[in-house]
Design a protein around this ligand. Structure first.
Ligand code: TYC
Length: 102
């Protein structure tokens, strides 16, 4: 067909218009009651950290008040927040987990 667009040209134009999806930092907040060991286990279980990295992040949060556990697309970040909060409540700990746009 003479009027048909060259598909490669169309694809190129669409590609350049698509913005990358916004990313979200998932953070944990310090509190006075959650045991350090529990926080380390959460960072290992839900954020795939090794024990050393998890311990470093936990201590940073303990000293500075908050810290980043990972950066994810919105749905993944929201799911992590829910899982960490419900897991912490199941274990009777007040650990807070939040997300904010990166
Ligand atoms: N501050 C807590 C304690 O002294 C440990 C802790 C670290 C709690 C990080 C929460 O996100 C947190 N037991």
């Amino acid at each position: 067909m003479a009027t048909k667009h060259d598909p490669s040209t169309v694809a190129e134009r669409q590609e350049s218009k698509l913005k990358p999806p916004p990313m979200y930092q998932v953070m944990i907040l310090n509190d006075d009651y959650t045991p350090m060991e529990f926080v380390v286990s959460v960072l290992q279980r839900f954020f795939g950290m090794g024990r050393e990295k998890a311990t470093q992040v936990m201590l940073k949060v303990h000293r500075e008040g908050r810290g980043v556990c990972g950066v994810y697309p919105r749905d993944v970040a929201a799911t992590k927040v829910e899982l960490v909060c419900s897991y912490s409540r199941q274990h009777q700990h007040p650990l807070q987990c939040v997300m904010e746009e990166a």
